[in-house]
Design a protein around this ligand. Structure first.
Ligand code: ADP
Ligand code: MG
Length: 566
């Protein structure tokens, strides 16, 4: 038996599995349940209680129950009566899974593969890793959920080549990934999603349908109404109408809530429609038309909703594949990956991609991309930089993430300084290397190649990027593509013009003697034209001024060349 476990640490439900005799199996708790609700109940003065029992406590002590903590992962927010961090609360869930697994297999398990949404940023991945460590695991790998799901599907099918879209609509997150499978080799061609979109939102919409003034309910009433809404939603995946009775809801009075399938469809339509954009974007990034896909797989409990299936059918123009168990596919995939790492399964390899471009700010406030979006990870890439002015003592390295041309429109992940000995501009050489490891975590290294001095950037807390923000970034980059390009062209031309002005100025003072008065006057005029063109911010004018100065300095250039030869 492999000694690495695979874990799906979900917003709503979590699962754990292990490879046994070459097969991934999910481990059940003492009640025979494989799904552990990701909920923690903190009783007054007693140990925390995790899972189904914690959910039950929600209607009696709602303030003492924490759920959907994954939505806060990677943020500085704290939750629950003990004011714990999202990592600490997630660690309690992981510790429970660890205990269940150890009980099932009869010995200690200490190594794990844990899944995260493909769209989790650096801070969120690091927080997940820390949660695993707090629970007593060595985290061998952080794996993207859709990749895990595709892995489970592919192993099941034994298909050698396929283009697969994974549509994962869970409790709190939505992900759409397009993967290419080639003889056991996986490549994520594109990925898009939203960490703040899921079945929870549908629950909230049902609740406000019943109780628009939800905030006026007591916490107990609110919790009971939420449970009723979830029950209705689940039943309406299989029935046309459903009702739930809430006895003694208002003192002695009961409450009966009922809903039909078509009412639920109307309530949830705007939420489910939000997934369309992400699908379109991922297809565009993968440069694929829906008909070029071999398979669309549905993952996540909320894909049981008929409206979700209809929407997917519309988006992709085909019948989605519903053969994997939507609750278990990700955990099965994580377990397979654990088996691969432990050597219990061979012939599978995983390749993932970066969701957004990573780069540096360079001269003129431009974004200089080092690792383009949708690059396959792990990846290492670098570039050489130099100084812009004489005797520059330090260079500031700003690490950026995003798709915009100007540095200021992207997110700054971190910043550090590299110092050097005074030297003429253009002399110092700083090599900057970006490395994204197999877990999707970024390491930035800067080295002064003359002295060998090194700085490594620790991305302690990457900017707190929500997926609405990622979505906005991608949308903005399309919307502003034209202005962005114009601004980049201008900035590059202006940098060139300034450089030329400095060069001509210094040549004029050094070798002015060999010039005629007319020539001198012409150059001086062309230079002032150039300065005005720069100030005017008009690209066409700058272009003309560039040509004029070029023309005026032709003689000067020949003269310098002559002097140099002599
Ligand atoms: P996560 O990955 O976020 O932990 P899951 O994949 O476990 O989520 O899906 C949980 C979501 O699926 C919840 O919103 C739950 O209400 C929903 N869900 C589960 N079963 C059904 C069903 N039969 N019909 C509709 N939604 C369902
Ligand atoms: Mg999930």
């Amino acid at each position: 038996m492999s000694d690495i476990v695979g874990i799906d640490l979900g917003t709503t439900n979590s699962l754990i599995g292990v490879v046994e005799s070459g097969f991934p199996i999910l481990l059940a708790d003492d009640n025979g349940e494989r799904l552990t609700p990701s909920a923690v109940y903190f009783p007054d003065g007693a140990e925390p209680i995790i899972g189904r029992a914690a959910l039950r406590a929600r209607s009696v002590a709602p303030q003492r129950v924490v759920s959907s903590i994954k939505r806060l992962m990677g943020s500085a927010q704290r939750a629950g009566p003990l004011d714990l961090s999202p990592e600490e609360i997630s660690a309690l869930i992981l510790r429970q899974l660890k205990g269940n697994a150890e009980h099932a297999v009869g010995r200690e398990v200490t190594r794990a593969v844990i899944t995260v949404p493909a769209y989790f940023n650096d801070a969120q991945r690091n927080a997940t890793k820390r949660a695993g460590e707090l629970a007593g695991f060595t985290v061998e790998r952080i794996l993207n959920e859709p990749t895990a799901a595709a892995l489970a599907f592919a192993l099941d099918r034994g298909q050698a080549k396929a283009r697969i879209a994974v549509y994962d609509f869970g409790g709190g997150t939505f992900d759409l990934s397009i993967l290419q499978l080639n003889d056991g080799l996986f490549e994520v061609r594109a990925t898009n999603g939203n960490t703040q979109l899921g079945g929870d939102d549908i629950d909230a919409a049902i609740i406000s349908h019943f109780a628009p003034e939800f905030s006026e309910l007591s916490p107990e009433q609110a919790a009971r109404l939420r449970e009723a809404a979830i029950e209705l939603k689940h039943r309406l995946s299989f029935e046309e109408n459903a009702s739930v009775e809430l006895p003694f809801y208002c003192g002695a009075e009961s409450l009966r809530v009922q809903l039909t399938r078509s009412e639920l469809d109307r309530i949830s339509q705007p939420i489910i429609d939000k997934t369309r954009w992400h699908c379109a974007r991922a297809l565009a990034d993968a440069r694929l038309k829906p008909e070029e896909l071999d398979e669309v797989i549905l993952v996540g409990g909320a894909t049981r909703m008929p409206l979700v299936r209809d929407t997917v059918r519309e988006i992709f123009g085909r019948e989605p594949n519903t053969s994997p168990n939507p609750d278990e596919a990700v955990a099965i995939g994580a377990t397979i990956q654990a088996g691969v790492l432990a050597g219990a399964i061979s012939n599978v390899l995983l390749l993932d991609v970066t969701p957004l471009s990573l780069g540096l700010e360079t001269f003129g406030g431009l974004m200089n991309v080092i690792i383009p979006r949708n690059s396959t990870i792990p990846i290492k890439a670098g570039e050489m930089f130099t100084t812009a002015v004489n005797n520059q003592r330090a260079m500031s390295i700003k690490v950026l993430q995003g798709e915009r041309e100007m540095a200021r429109d992207n997110w700054q992940l971190g910043q550090f300084e590299i110092e050097f000995e005074p030297a003429p501009k253009g002399m110092p050489r700083v090599g900057v290397q970006f490395e994204i490891d197999a877990n999707g975590i970024l390491h930035v290294l800067a080295r002064d190649t003359r002295t060998g001095a090194e700085r490594v950037l620790e991305l302690k807390s990457a900017v707190d990027v929500s997926d609405e923000a990622v979505e906005k970034m991608l949308g903005d980059s399309l919307e502003h593509a034209f202005e962005d390009m114009t601004e980049r062209t201008w900035t590059e031309a202006a940098l060139k013009a300034e450089e030329m002005l400095r060069a001509v100025e210094s040549i004029m003072t050094q070798s002015g003697a060999g010039m005629s008065e007319t020539e001198r006057a012409q150059i001086t005029w062309a230079m002032s034209e150039m300065r005005e063109a720069l100030a005017s911010k008009t690209p066409a004018r700058l272009q003309r001024a560039n040509a004029v100065l070029d023309e005026a300095t032709q003689g000067l250039a020949a003269l310098i060349l002559e002097q140099a030869i002599r």
